[in-house]
Design a protein around this ligand. Sequence first.
Ligand SMILES: [Zn+2]
Length: 330
Amino acid sequence: MPSTSPQAVTPPTTLSKTCARPFSPKLGSVPYYTGPLFDAHFHMPSSRGLAEMMSQKHGGETTSDPVLGKDVTLEEILCFFNKEEVKGAIGFYALDPTSLGDTLEVARNIKEESLGSIALFLMPITLDAEKLDSLHQSNAGLFKGYGELGFYDVWLKPLTPSDPKLFNIYKVAKKHGLIVMMHPDAGQKSNIETALQNNPGVNFLLHGFQAENYIADLIDRYPNVYFSIDSAVLYPMMGLFMSGPKEVFISRFEQEFDSMLSQNISKWKGTIERYPNRFMWGTDRGVKWHYNEEISILFEEFARAFIARLDLSVQENYAYKNAEGLLQKR
Ligand SMILES: [Zn+2]
């Protein structure tokens, strides 16, 4: 059983008073789990500089990725967490290579302001192991892991999780006690297996539909692999989860709520219960319109309805304890 730290209760910020929201489900899909949550897959909005650089790369068009302090503030993020009773999160955060110092400063600020409840994972902008090693050396404890490493993504597409370049990164991860969060591309089961087998001192956290059919097999055979059952597999809705628009997403989500719930329960319930310490909840929030009151209510409602249908003995593990337990491992 993963242990929970005594201080891992909702941080006593002033926000918790101003941002509380009684759980207010819209769809009446009883029963609901009413305990705390931990978002194990959350994309931190990027800094202004990095967002501008990404938009230049995309020919100047504005992306749907939010900018921290412009489209959404840290205070608003923490406020949503308080409303949803999300006591912590794994937040993927990218550094801007052109103003490394500034973005590191923002990272320190996120850690401080969230009272450590947001565990930052570094989205590496380079696969230069030496550079990363020295970055962690001079910023000890700032990052808890690497990720998200999306192997379907343009820059990682030519590589696989068992590429020697990645193996060098796993060495750095081991040295600094970092978790490696990966989203494998299709057909990479054996590459992942090679990575798990040869890096027993590194814990790997996976997500994504590409791995959903084999994750139980890997979990069965390797002690160092975990999986977040988050929006990427719970309700991708043919890409609507990422593309929106918000109004279409909401109306489809409400219409399909019950069928998505029962499909996911028949797909995941048995597996979660068979491996009570290896699966965790998450949202995969990351685009602008995800920061919205209605969306927040729906995500929370689906999570609580799904968790309530798991065996009582695994509900808290999946909801928050497994994620907290993983973060405490070294
Ligand atoms: Zn993601």
